[in-house]
Design a protein. Structure first.
Length: 163
């Protein structure tokens, strides 16, 4: 399976046509603005939970809404959505990328109904806005321990301070 950027409709159709290639499906999501080793380790761990790993990627507009603060002269996202999608799709654990413009991935989750919704261990199930959607169809939520405590925001702050 070659990782690609899909529309939600196209991905749903592929999964419906060949569920054995996709299920159990793991879904995760995020901005993935500047890829770092923490992201790679997280995605590798997420992939181990199922047969396929689908990454929901926030569009540029949703990143701006989620991370509106300026850091020096820098605003988020640093990397445009199509470049972020290409980098994520090129990572070994990733089977598919789908972009979403909303602030949460709830509509993507409702459409794909992944078997497992994975998020980093810095989240709590009680505070995940997508949790009710996952639990409504009987999906499972897995919080993945953070192996390497690093963040894109921290990297951007460091760069902004150096400018």
């Amino acid at each position: 399976m070659i990782p690609e950027l899909y529309t939600l409709d196209a991905l749903c159709q592929l999964v419906t046509q060949n569920p054995d290639a996709w299920r159990p499906m793991v879904f995760t999501c995020g901005c993935f603005d500047l890829i770092h080793a923490g992201h790679v380790r997280y995605l590798r761990s997420a992939k181990l939970l199922g047969r396929s790993l689908v990454v929901g990627l926030n569009t540029d507009a949703s990143v701006r809404a989620l991370k509106p603060q300026k850091l020096g002269n820098l605003t988020r996202p640093i990397t445009p959505e199509m470049q972020r999608a290409e980098v994520i799709a090129g990572l070994k654990p990733v089977d598919a990328v789908v972009m979403f413009a909303e602030l949460t991935a709830t509509s993507v989750i409702q459409a794909l109904q992944p078997d497992i919704y994975a998020k980093g261990g810095d989240y709590r199930v009680e505070t995940l806005p997508e949790a009710p959607a996952v639990l409504a169809y009987g999906g499972k939520i897995e919080l993945i321990a953070i192996e390497l405590p690093t963040s894109t925001t921290g990297i951007v702050k460091k760069i902004a301070e150096a400018i």
